[in-house]
Design a protein around this ligand. Structure first.
Ligand code: HEC
Ligand code: HEC
Ligand code: HEC
Ligand code: HEC
Ligand code: HEC
Length: 448
């Protein structure tokens, strides 16, 4: 067994990283050849393989934005700034664990077709034995490749490999080894596990696996037993519009459904996160936005944008869309673009929309999408927690040019992975940053 002790890995991390990294996984102590390819599992575990192939786990290195962020931003930055030097290997620790374990850092770009492209593959998870941390983060998994595959069953028998029951694989701490992350500046830049832990689902015993690997009757392998509760490897998250659809309830209420031209009409929107086991947005919070766009449409189809009424909390300006504000200046510095003033902080989100987000700030105090270059992200957090309700209020002075008669007030809740300004700047495929509709609600009022 190649299982290494926590002590050795801790020592290793001190020697190789200028960052407060926890380390189970050790760089360069293994080789690609120690791990079987996912194609070896495909023949027997057909459905699981299909599901995994369509999930982001199989694309964690090759996905366009991952390639761009690593090769155009993080990697060059790691060579320029000592403080972030560790991310050259660090990003790979979670995004392409086999490359990291084999010491292939930086790996070649995806188009070279190396084994780095396998991403978070079957053997990464199924040879994991545990973690060096009580509350894991920063790829602190321990791993032991070999003939034995760890799994959730005590009675599994396979003609192709040994099997071993693993309590760890079934725990949320297992997911936390990659889903929580601390930056070289000590900021928690991913905290999905910690958010879950602090919320109601952890107390009720609902695990990550219960919502992201649903169970159904069937067989996990062609020669396997028929079982009632096979774990499906879908890992649906925000990249699956169907997982996002309806994830937050949305409704509009008003005291009366009548308004006068030139007078104020007040109403409210209620948003309830009844389905997401952690914050929404979670994960890569530095670049995720959830926003509520409210529009009035009169009988002639004229559209009027209705801005949210500010609540007055510190930092609220970051949560109300303003197309005139620029941010993300660090990108220009890293890429050495002369005269770079920044990109639109909120992309194309319409002015006055409430944005549910957690802004990250670089050591110079500017908002950033570079999570590794994040020094502060605790002061403003206007996301919607698990089972939390947020109420947004609106006070609309009905413009004189609204056509009297029925007016529809429409609220649309959108989600995006990356601000459109950043997506356009890097010419990413549109589907990596286009707005995804989470929910909508409307009400009709009479205007006279
Ligand atoms: C020749 C067919 C075959 C191949 C190839 C194969 N497996 Fe299996 N595997 C099985 C069978 C059969 C079972 C038992 C299923 C059951 O009992 O429900 C199994 C069980 C498992 C389990 C569950 C173990 C447990 O204790 O719960 C895991 C995980 C697993 N395989 C992963 C893999 C991975 C990863 C690969 C590729 C490296 C692979 N298998 C290749 C047939 C195969
Ligand atoms: C991100 C980690 C991860 C990856 C990648 C992954 N698995 Fe799993 N797998 C799990 C977890 C976690 C479970 C147990 C879920 C539970 O019981 O809650 C599991 C369960 C299984 C089982 C047993 C299912 C059952 O319910 O009996 C098989 C078989 C399996 N995996 C095979 C594979 C194969 C084949 C691949 C690659 C195509 C793969 N896994 C990729 C994490 C992973
Ligand atoms: C070895 C590291 C690793 C482990 C362990 C791991 N993940 Fe992930 N996971 C990733 C990476 C990397 C991504 C991001 C892929 C991308 O977009 O580049 C990801 C993405 C996801 C997504 C988002 C998919 C989407 O549509 O946006 C979900 C959901 C997810 N993982 C759930 C889990 C769960 C549940 C577990 C535990 C059973 C788990 N992960 C364990 C590395 C890991
Ligand atoms: C009660 C169900 C539930 C539980 C428990 C749960 N999730 Fe989720 N998760 C969701 C839903 C629904 C979404 C889709 C909404 C979204 O993307 O925020 C999601 C989204 C995600 C995403 C994508 C976030 C993004 O913005 O790209 C990741 C990653 C993720 N979950 C990981 C985890 C991990 C890790 C755990 C355990 C620590 C976990 N989830 C527990 C329901 C759950
Ligand atoms: C501790 C593990 C870990 C480390 C270290 C890590 N990531 Fe990630 N990364 C993840 C996980 C997990 C997700 C998925 C979160 C989500 O779905 O919101 C992710 C998401 C991303 C995404 C968003 C993908 C998308 O489609 O929106 C990019 C880009 C990315 N990471 C790049 C990097 C870069 C560059 C580095 C190094 C500076 C890095 N990551 C370091 C685990 C990690």
């Amino acid at each position: 067994m190649r299982f290494k002790t926590a002590l050795l890995s801790a020592l290793f991390s001190v020697l190789c990283f200028s960052v407060p990294l926890a380390h189970g996984a050790e760089m360069g102590k293994l080789k690609y050849g120690d791990f079987k390819k996912h194609t070896m599992c495909k023949g027997c575990h057909r459905e699981i393989h299909q599901e995994w192939s369509q999930s982001l786990m199989s694309q964690s290195f090759t996905h366009e934005w991952d390639q761009v962020e690593y090769f155009k931003l993080a990697l060059p930055h790691s060579k320029k700034l000592e403080k972030v030097a560790g991310v050259k290997a660090g990003c790979i620790g979670c995004h392409s664990p086999l490359a990291f374990l084999s010491g292939d850092t930086p790996p070649k770009e995806a188009k070279a077709g190396t084994r780095a492209n396998e991403g978070v593959s079957c053997v990464v998870c199924h040879h994991t034995t545990g973690t060096t941390e009580a509350e894991p983060f920063n790829f602190s998994f321990t791993i032991a490749p070999g003939k034995t595959i760890n799994g959730p069953r005590k009675d599994a028998k396979s003609p192709a490999h040994g099997t071993k029951y693993s309590e760890f694989l079934r725990s949320p701490q297992f997911c936390a080894t990659c889903h929580d992350e601390q930056s070289p500046y000590g900021a928690w830049v991913k905290a999905t596990y910690r958010e879950w832990k602090a919320g109601p689902y952890a107390k009720e015993g609902t695990r990550c696996q219960d919502c992201h690997m649903y169970r159904a009757e069937g067989k996990s392998a062609s020669m396997g037993k028929k079982r009632k509760d096979i774990a499906h490897h879908v890992f649906h998250g925000s990249h699956f519009a169907n997982k996002l659809a309806g994830a937050v309830d949305l409704a509009l209420y008003a005291k009366k459904k009548k308004a006068d031209l030139g007078a104020k009409f007040t109403f409210r929107a209620e948003l309830f996160n009844g389905k997401v086991g952690h914050m929404i947005p979670s994960g890569s919070a530095e670049e995720r936005m959830l926003w509520l766009e409210v529009t009035a449409i009169d009988a002639e189809g004229n559209r009027f944008n209705i801005p949210v009424t500010p609540k007055g909390f510190p930092g609220e300006e970051y949560t109300i869309a303003d197309p005139s504000v620029l941010a993300y200046q660090a990108m220009g510095e890293i890429m050495e673009i002369a005269g770079f003033k920044g990109l639109k902080r909120d992309g194309n989100v319409s002015k006055g929309s409430r944005i549910f987000r957690k802004p990250f700030f670089d050591p110079k105090g500017r908002m950033t999408v570079c999570q590794w270059y994040t020094a502060e992200n605790t002061k403003i957090d206007y996301r919607i927690g698990p089972r939390e309700t947020k109420i947004e209020r609106y006070s609309w002075k009905v413009p004189m040019d609204v056509t009297p008669g029925p007016v529809t007030i429409e609220a649309k809740l959108y989600y995006s992975q990356i601000p459109s300004s950043v997506g356009e700047f890097f010419k990413l495929p549109k589907d990596e940053y286009a707005p995804i509709l989470v929910n909508k609600a409307s009400m009709t009022i009479m205007v006279k």
